[in-house]
Design a protein around this ligand. Structure first.
Ligand code: ADP
Length: 865
């Protein structure tokens, strides 16, 4: 069961899967990018927010504000120390100095601190600070000077310090305003960062939610798909297991991967036993192994399909027991999880095959039965004709005697009935001959117009009896030759014109003949102005046993077979027939026949043109001496003329008894024997000639008869006749029958060399020279003896008795390499097998010469050696 090409039932499915997979990957990638971007964004935004918060948290604005406020406090503390009177002077001075340093460093810090750089941007703040600083700088020498000077200057510097207070207050207030603005801006930034972070987080949460939703959906889908798949698998498993057909799946290595219950039943293997095994070894018959392997390899190599996907094929399969049985099989391929697999569906059709054989036998039997019936009908019709002819003849004679009126009437009725019966019998006989294909195909040159004219003349009386006129019209006067069967043409025309006469009264019947040269056809039309045929009846008038108007037809003696025979005759001649008609107006029956005349060469009036063929026959064929047995004088003349044209001589016998007598006296090369003859018919004469001891016991006898049903032919053969010549005798057929000599002549041309030297050399090597000589000596002795006895000219022993000797010598000749002699002897054997003693005798005549030549050729060969 070689797989031969993939059927791709799920090609679309596979594309969808790929697309789905690609979509999933794309989705995952997109989600990853989105999540990564969100994560990075969140990371940076949270870092930013943290920074801002940290900045807010670590903001020294409060301490700076505190430092600014403190500067005012410290100035007040310095001022109060300068104004103290409760302390000793040294103590006061020291306190003033300490307080001054604190205030001084505070002012310097405010001037230089980076934290207050923003504050210093303010012009008022900067001016106030520098004013205070300048004042302090003027006081520094006093502070750092001697105690006494300081004490002395205390009132002065106290007023200085007091004057600084508005400036210090201003700076402090500006600072508060400035720092509150800075804090506001910082809070706004934190809020922004947090907002951005919040937004991004919301986005991330949204994305996560969407992803989660998608995941849930996909999970649900996957679950549903999984369930559906499981369901489908369950269903598939059920289908596979309950299938009445064996289902076997194999992988590309040819191993069985599925084997259902039906397969178990059909092949006798249990599933577990065969899974994984090589399918071909188990179920493919040994004789198909090679083909299977080749098919498998070819498919893998070229993907070329032969059986695969080609529908059902009929093959043989092997059961576990080794029994071979017929199966119907179809294979398809599919994509399995592990690659391509082949699935075979097989059905054991042993019963069907047996039934088919029975049917064929029954049909053959039925056909044989039908044929036997048809033969019986034909034989019966044939047999009935002779007594009927006797009755008709006797009645004609009876009419010539003196009869009273009643007797004369009765004789007329009997005559009419007998003729009607004869007509029917002839019709049935014609039918069965045409049906059985036994009708002879004759091609003779003839002039249709002449045949038609003769026929119309003979039917003139019957036409006149019904008040009808007959007319013939040949549309092309030059058309006077066709090649065909004039007898059958006459039969067709007789039927059509007789019908026209029958179904027309006081009318005109026209027969027209028209050639259609372009189509190499000619047309015959028989028209009448009689009762006509309705349209629906026109289709069936050519069927068997169809008579339309029973009352009319009965009055007109119809059997309903006339047109059926005409249809068969026309078909037999390779033509067509049809009818056109109108009820009450008349009918036209037309027949188209092939002219079969491609050129002028076969015109009968140019007899010389036929002669080259005959001349050729005369030159190449030896003259035969023929005994012509025929009781009909016209037939005798025709046959004699034809034989003469073929270059043969003939002696005539007028009946069977005379033929037997002549055959006892003179040897003939062939006998042409008429069958129906008075006194002794052809069959009886043949039997006597064959059984006798005369010189013609082995002469081929040909039956010459007008009727050659298969049963007749068998009867002729049983009597010893070799073939049948159906009347009227045709030149060609006669030539074929008598062409035995030609066959013999060809033997000389193509029989090959006298000795097969290669074979001879091999044989000598195998059996050795001594044995070879011994055998050759024996063979030469046997052949010499045979040539003097059984192959001698004029030897007339019983041909049957020659068979063993001829067989033995033919075998020896072939074995020893005498090839041409071997061929000749084998041909004699063949002719003896088919009882063609005439041919055998002719061939035997060639043996002595062939043997002499064989011997001289061998001598020449030895001389050469
Ligand atoms: P039959 O032997 O009865 O004439 P045919 O087969 O020759 O049988 O004809 C069949 C039937 O066709 C006839 O019975 C007749 O009814 C009809 N038929 C044949 N020829 C003609 C015709 N020329 N005109 C009218 N009817 C015809």
């Amino acid at each position: 069961m070689p797989p031969d090409g993939p059927a791709k039932p799920n090609l679309d499915g596979m594309t969808t899967t790929h697309r789905a997979r690609a979509n999933t990957w794309f989705g995952a990638l997109l989600a990853f990018v989105v999540f990564s971007a969100c994560a990075v964004g969140i990371y940076y935004l949270s870092a930013d927010a943290r920074r801002e918060i940290d900045a807010l948290a670590t903001a020294n604005a409060d301490s700076t504000q505190w430092a600014l406020a403190q500067s005012e406090v410290e100035l007040l503390a310095l001022l109060s120390e300068t104004l103290r009177s409760d302390l000793p002077e040294e103590q006061q001075i020291e306190n003033v100095r300490r307080r001054f340093d604190v205030f001084y460093s505070r002012v310097k810090t405010m001037q230089e601190s980076a934290v207050l750089a923003g504050l210093r941007q303010d012009d008022d703040a900067r001016a106030n600070l520098s004013d205070v600083s300048d004042r302090l700088d003027t006081i520094v020498p006093i502070i750092d000077g001697p105690d006494a000077a300081l004490i002395a200057a205390l009132p002065e510097i106290t007023s200085q310090f007091d004057a600084m207070r508005p400036a210090v207050r201003d700076v402090s207030l500006i600072g508060v305003g400035y720092f509150s603005r800075v804090a506001d801006a910082q809070r706004t930034r934190v809020a922004d960062a947090l907002l951005r972070l919040g937004l991004l987080t919301t986005l991330l949460v949204a994305a996560l939610s969407v992803t989660a939703l998608a995941l849930v959906k996909s999970f649900r889908n996957a679950t549903r798909d999984g369930l559906e798949k499981a369901e489908a698998q369950k269903r598939m498993a059920l289908i596979v297991s309950t299938s009445l057909d064996a289902i076997i799946a194999v992988n590309l290595k040819g191993q069985v991967i599925e084997f259902n219950e039906a397969a178990e039943k059909i092949f006798g293997y249990a599933r577990d036993e065969i899974i994984g095994q090589n399918m071909a070894e188990k179920i493919v018959p040994d004789k198909l192994h090679a083909a299977h392997e080749t098919g498998m390899k070819r498919y893998i190599r070229t993907r070329e399909r032969r059986v695969l996907g080609q529908g059902r094929v009929q093959l043989e399969a092997k059961h576990k027991s080794g029994r071979i049985f017929p199966v119907e099989l179809s294979i398809s391929s599919a994509e399995g999880p592990d690659g391509e697999i082949f699935v075979s569906y097989l059905r054991d059709i042993s019963n069907r095959v047996v039934k088919e054989e029975e049917l064929v036998k029954a049909r053959d039997k039925a056909v044989a039965g039908e044929k036997a019936k048809a033969d019986l009908v034909a034989v019966m019709s044939h047999e009935m004709r002779t007594p009927l002819n006797g009755i008709v003849g006797a009645l004609e004679l009876l009419k010539t005697t003196e009869l009273n009126k009643t007797q004369a009437n009765m004789t007329d009725v009997m005559g009419t009935s007998a003729e009607m019966l004869l007509h029917h019998v002839n019709a049935v006989l014609d039918m069965s001959r045409l049906e059985a294909g036994a009708a002879e195909t004759i091609k003779r040159p003839f002039d249709p117009a002449t045949v038609a004219q003769e026929l119309l003349s003979s039917l003139k009386m019957s036409a006149q009896n019904r008040g009808n006129k007959l007319k013939l019209n040949v549309l092309d006067p030059d058309f006077n030759l066709v090649l065909g069967d004039p007898g059958k043409f006459r039969q067709i025309l007789t039927n059509l014109v007789s019908n026209a006469i029958k179904f027309t009264s006081h009318g005109t019947i026209n027969v027209e003949i028209e050639p259609h040269f372009a189509e190499e056809q000619w047309e015959l039309r028989v028209s009448d102005d009689g009762i006509g045929i309705s349209e629906e009846d026109q289709a069936r008038v050519f069927d068997d046993f169809v008579t339309l108007d029973t009352s009319y037809t009965r009055a007109q003696e119809g059997s309903g077979l006339g047109l059926a025979i005409v249809r068969r005759l026309v078909k037999h001649l390779g033509g067509e027939i049809g009818v056109e008609s109108e009820t009450g107006a008349g009918s036209v029956f037309w027949v188209r026949l092939p002219t079969n005349v491609a050129s002028e060469t076969s015109r009968p009036q140019h007899q010389e043109r036929l002669s080259p063929r005959i001349a050729r026959i005369d030159q190449t064929r030896p003259k035969l001496s023929i005994l012509l047995v025929e009781d009909n004088a016209i037939n005798r003349v025709v046959a004699r003329e034809m034989l003469a044209r073929l270059g043969h001589s003939c002696i005539e016998a007028y009946n069977g008894a005379e033929a037997v007598k002549l055959a006892e006296i003179k040897p003939f090369d062939a006998i042409l024997m008429d069958i129906s003859m008075p006194d002794m018919d052809g069959v009886e004469a043949t039997t006597l000639i064959k059984a006798g001891t005369g010189p013609n016991a082995q002469t081929p006898i040909f039956a010459v008869t007008a009727h050659a049903m298969p049963a007749d032919v068998d009867r002729f053969r049983a009597a010893g006749m070799v073939d049948v010549l159906v009347k009227p005798i045709g030149l060609e057929r006669l030539e074929d029958l008598l062409s035995l000599r030609e066959q013999l002549d060809t033997l000389h041309d193509d029989a090959g060399p006298y000795w097969d030297k290669t074979h001879q050399r091999d044989l000598r090597e195998v059996i050795g020279e001594e044995k070879w000589r011994e055998l050759m000596k024996l063979f030469v002795e046997e052949m010499d003896a045979a040539c003097e006895t059984i192959f001698a000219r004029g030897h007339r022993s019983d041909m049957e008795s020659l068979r063993p000797d001829v067989h033995k010598l033919a075998g020896s000749a072939s074995t020893l390499g005498a090839s041409r002699l071997g061929v000749l002897l084998r041909r004699i054997e063949e002719q003896l097998d088919v009882n063609d003693h005439h041919a055998a005798r002719e061939l035997i005549g060639l043996v002595p010469e062939c043997w002499t030549n064989t011997c001289s050729d061998e001598m020449r060969g030895q001389d050469a050696d």
